[in-house]
Design a protein around this ligand. Structure first.
Ligand code: RFL
Ligand code: PHB
Length: 390
């Protein structure tokens, strides 16, 4: 088998890259170790920047997003028992975010891929990127007991944090920067109306909480939890009680509870690999970096990597220039580090750390007060939240 670009991983990064390359006339095959239903069962991001919405438009996969996505022009910060609205729209000269689940983005991209007749190999075992230091890279995999090989010009490693692509680079060829946070997020999805029309980010003495949503009838809530806790320790009742205790009185009274339809604990981590190009292998999305979810940046950052990478490959094939691929790593990393900084800052300001002493707690509150009182600080949070330009 032969194609121009083999994409490893059929998450949002791989699928979006596949559609953008197809639009530029570049052939691609996706090789994925799981099946379609497994991927669509993962509940993850919910907030899309305008850049990602524009990319969905560009590949013709945004019809449902425009119909069902909720446009949000603000978020609320709750601390010291008072809610403060951050008017993202006013602070950024008219920019918004769209609330639409990653599951839906993934589904829409999978449908677009099917409609375009592009090949995806699901349930591929032992996927291995090979010979990417030279100009004849290959990807091998095992499916139904048989080994297959795909010859290609380039390999895109879109296989997430635990994928094989980054691990295929020789140890000396990559530098990793990491911060692991001493807590996790326990998330619950429920078919209940959201407690408030906009997202509420909560700093509370008992720990962080977040009220988010997927639609007018489906809510997504999170509470900060310990890393040694297990989802089985958290009955639905225990979760709702804990969430209510972290909310202000009005929200606690209004909160509509119901059975959870998904419940999971996610650890929080900041991580960046440098560089993210190794000869003819490129990393994009969670394969290259992880942010804690507090800034809602993970999926959006995957989309900006994919933008730079698809442009670089278009330049290579259409304009016959290697400049784009030569600059991909530097260009993408400049934006990645800004999103890392923002996500780290939001996380530090809003969570309870085990060593949060009274001084640190007062500093967190002073920072939050500054953010809501200063026009400049509000603008800084807002321009990062809606997404820095590509
Ligand atoms: P994914 O989604 O992990 O997809 C990688 C794909 O690669 C496959 N794979 C392999 N395939 C072949 N061979 C191998 N050896 C392979 N190893 C792995 C996997 O099966 C999978 O299908 O990475 P991608 O595409 O880079 O997308 C990244 C996003 O998923 C991620 O950044 C976001 O979900 C992060 N995130 C959020 N991002 C936002 O922008 N806004 C949010 O509001 C937001 N909330 C969140 C989040 C992540 C969360 N969790 C659970 C980590 C909330 C949570 C709770
Ligand atoms: C979500 O809805 O899952 C969500 C929203 C905002 C975040 C993180 C997660 O910052």
């Amino acid at each position: 088998m032969r194609t121009q670009v083999v994409i490893i991983g059929s998450g949002p990064s791989g699928l979006l890259l596949g559609q953008l390359l197809h639009k530029h006339g570049i052939d691609n095959i996706i090789v994925e170790r799981k099946d379609r239903d497994y991927i669509l069962g993962r509940i993850r991001a919910g907030v899309l920047e305008q850049g990602l919405v524009a990319q969905m438009d560009e590949v013709g996969a945004a019809a449902r997003l425009h119909k069902e996505g909720l446009i949000h022009g603000g978020i609320e910060l709750l601390f010291g028992d008072v809610r403060h609205r951050i008017d993202l729209n006013a602070a950024t000269g008219g920019k918004n975010v769209t609330v639409y689940g990653q599951t839906e983005v993934t589904y829409d991209l999978m449908e677009a891929r099917l409609a375009a007749g592009l090949v995806t190999v699901y349930d591929a075992d032992q996927v291995t990127p090979l010979d990417f230091a030279g100009d004849k890279p290959r990807v091998t995999y095992v499916k139904d007991g048989a080994t297959h090989a795909i010859d290609c010009d380039f390999i895109a490693g879109c296989d997430g944090f635990h994928g094989i692509s980054r691990r295929s680079v020789s140890a000396g060829g990559i530098q990793e920067f990491e911060r692991v946070y001493p807590f996790g997020w326990l998330g619950v999805l429920s078919d209940t109306p959201p407690v408030s029309p906009e997202l509420i980010y909560v700093r509370n003495e008992r720990g962080f909480a977040l009220c988010s949503m997927r639609s007018h009838t489906r809510s997504r809530y999170y509470v900060q939890c310990r890393l040694d806790e297990h989802v089985d320790d958290w009955s639905d009742d225990k979760f709702w009680d804990e969430l209510r205790r972290r909310l202000d009185e009005e929200a606690a009274d209004k909160l509509v509870t119901g059975p959870s339809i998904e419940k999971s604990i996610a650890p929080l981590r900041s991580f960046v690999a440098e560089p993210i190009r190794f000869g003819r292998l490129f990393l994009a999305g969670d394969a290259a970096h992880i942010v804690p979810p507090t800034g809602a940046k993970g999926l959006n950052l995957a989309a900006s990597d994919v933008h730079y990478l698809s442009q670089a490959l278009r330049e290579f094939y259409v304009e016959k220039s290697p400049a784009g691929i030569d600059h991909y790593s530097t260009k993408a990393l400049a934006r990645i580090w800004k999103a890392e900084r923002f996500s780290w800052w939001m996380t530090s300001m809003l969570h309870r750390f085990s060593d949060t002493d009274p001084f640190t707690a007062r500093i967190q509150l002073a920072e939050l007060n500054y953010v809501v009182e200063s026009k400049a600080a509000t603008a800084s949070l807002s321009e990062n939240y809606v997404g820095l330009p590509y």
